[in-house]
Design a protein around this ligand. Structure first.
Ligand code: NAD
Length: 490
């Protein structure tokens, strides 16, 4: 069956792709039904083979990512893409027997006493579609597999066309380690993604932009396919009056500049007390110089994925400058880059004096641009966040715990990290996901297992004629009226 997909080459029409993908889906669905129930052994074998791809081919995968980005540090790729996915898969392996246990539930009195029982059994959904983006192409393909495979599903994957070397390598490796009826990778662009998202999967996980997420949800609706959407947005950082600015600057920039800001959870903009604005800019400039001197030639820095995104980021800076923002460029010494350096590396741009008319305050930045917005009172900062789309992450820096509680209780976001950025995504036992425009549903750990399982209620009736006992056996009369008088009261 793997060869059925391979028979589709780039010249084929999208309809041929759709037909081929439908064949794969039908074969996976049949294999799923033939296999039922999916044993622990089978789930562990799939998790083990997925782990083996990552561990045995880590260097090739990192080399492919470096090729796709033109420049991406191998150690960073091992950290962000390989190790984090390995951790997720091992966590699932360790816990899946426990997660698979049926959950006993309480019943209405007196049914339990009369011998009835109720439980939830977690069943695999069947075939899960996975659409992944380019920014962490390996992590965002492999880490969700922890929950998907632990839950006993089969998988079809559509990775990003913006990382062609990594996507082709993943396609090759999955076909070496898996039968196409277990896991199948389909490479291609947005048109293939569009056709893919219209398939009648048993569940669809989409990781990508909010704009494409809307299309995916619409396409899934035609077949009533349940979706998990892991989207993007503008994750704010509230810098409290009580914050240690040097610590805040170092931590914000460590997160912001990893992968050159191309992270869904990257701190997008800072809300800063107006009277600490200058000090905040200074602390950020110092931290940037310490972390990445000469960003444009630094071996630990990542390039912007392609010239289209580079131009998109430059257009934001031009727009902000034209509308009066103050600009501070960090990590560029203005020297000519050596010829072998990619031309898509970008220094950090700190922007102050920004407002909502500027595109930097309207669009997700997804790059090394950091706007700073001033506030007078913490409630003004909270009101600003609440007037915009609910973000994927929210960050608070400060030592004032009453204020921290005030902020958390009055805002909504996918997740929160206090006194750092990104860290809430790094723990398998904490669910990760967005809310509203930043996504729906979550994965990681048991939440991943549950997202990709069907929580099936199973009720076993008592031998007593319970319907008669409560008077619900027609014809209705005094017995039922008495039961209802007992039930319908405060
Ligand atoms: P994207 O939405 O452009 O593309 C993501 C995937 O969708 C790609 O594989 C692409 O081929 C496919 N696609 C494109 N058009 C499609 C369509 N009409 N129907 C179905 N599939 C289609 O996103 P991107 O540029 O690859 O990634 C960046 C975005 O992803 C950012 O917004 C970022 O915040 C978000 N993101 C979110 C998370 C998260 O976990 N929440 C993680 C990483 C990235």
């Amino acid at each position: 069956m793997a060869s059925r997909m391979q028979a589709i080459d780039a010249d084929q029409t999208i309809e041929a792709y759709r037909a081929a993908m439908n064949d794969v889906l039908a074969a996976q669905k049949k294999a799923f039904l033939d296999e039922a129930p999916v044993s622990v052994k089978s789930r562990i074998s799939r998790l083990d083979r997925t782990l083996a791809i990552l561990v045995d081919h880590q260097n090739e995968l990192c080399a492919a990512m470096a090729q796709d980005f033109d420049s991406r540090p191998v150690l960073m790729s091992k950290f962000t893409d390989i190790a984090s996915a390995v951790k997720a898969l091992k966590f699932a392996k360790k816990h899946l027997r426990y997660w698979m246990q049926p959950e006993k539930r309480g019943l209405e009195f007196p049914l339990g006493l009369l011998g009835a029982s109720g439980r939830i059994a977690y069943q695999p959904k069947g075939v899960v579609g996975v659409i992944s983006p380019w920014n962490f192409p390996v992590n965002l393909t492999f880490a969700p597999l922890a929950g998907i495979l632990a839950a006993g599903n089969r998988v079809m994957i559509k990775p990003s066309e913006l990382t062609p070397a990594t996507s082709a390598l993943m396609e090759q490796l999955f076909s070496e380690y898996f039968d196409g009826e277990e896991i199948s990778v389909i490479t291609g662009g947005a048109d293939v993604g569009q056709a893919f998202s219209s398939l009648a999967f048993d569940h669809l996980l989409f990781t990508g932009s909010t704009a494409v997420g809307r299309h995916v949800m619409r396409a899934a609706a035609d077949n009533l396919v349940p979706v998990t959407l892991e989207l993007g947005g503008k994750s704010p950082v509230i810098v409290s009056k009580s914050a240690d600015l040097d610590q805040m600057a170092e931590r914000v920039l460590t997160g912001k500049l990893m992968n050159a800001g191309q992270i869904c959870l990257a701190p997008d903009y800072l809300l800063v007390p107006q009277d600490r604005m200058a000090a905040c800019v200074e602390a950020l400039e110092k931290a940037a110089a310490r972390l990445y001197p000469h960003m444009d030639r630094h071996p630990d820095y990542t390039a912007i994925i392609n010239s289209r995104h580079h131009s998109r980021l430059q257009a934001h800076i031009k727009d902000a400058q034209e509308k009066g923002a103050r600009l501070s460029v960090c990590g560029s010494d203005g020297q000519q880059k050596p010829d072998d350096q990619p031309n898509t590396t970008m220094p950090l741009y700190i922007l102050s004096g920004v407002d909502d008319q500027m595109t930097v305050m309207r669009d997700e930045l997804f790059g090394p641009i950091l706007p700073l917005v001033g506030y007078q009172s913490i409630d003004e900062a909270i009101a600003y966040i609440n007037a915009h789309d609910r973000p994927l992450g929210l960050y608070y820096f400060g030592q004032n715990q009453a204020e921290e509680r005030h902020v958390i209780a009055r805002t909504t976001s996918g997740g929160v990290t206090v006194n750092d950025v990104l860290w809430h995504v790094a723990h398998e036992d904490l669910p990760f996901g967005g809310i509203g425009p930043s996504g729906m549903g979550s994965y990681h750990g048991v939440e991943g297992f549950k997202s990709f399982s069907h929580a099936r209620t199973i009720y076993r009736q008592t031998g007593f004629n319970i319907t008669k006992l409560i008077g619900a056996l027609p014809p209705y009369g005094q017995a039922l009226a008495k039961t209802l008088r007992f039930q319908i009261k405060k």
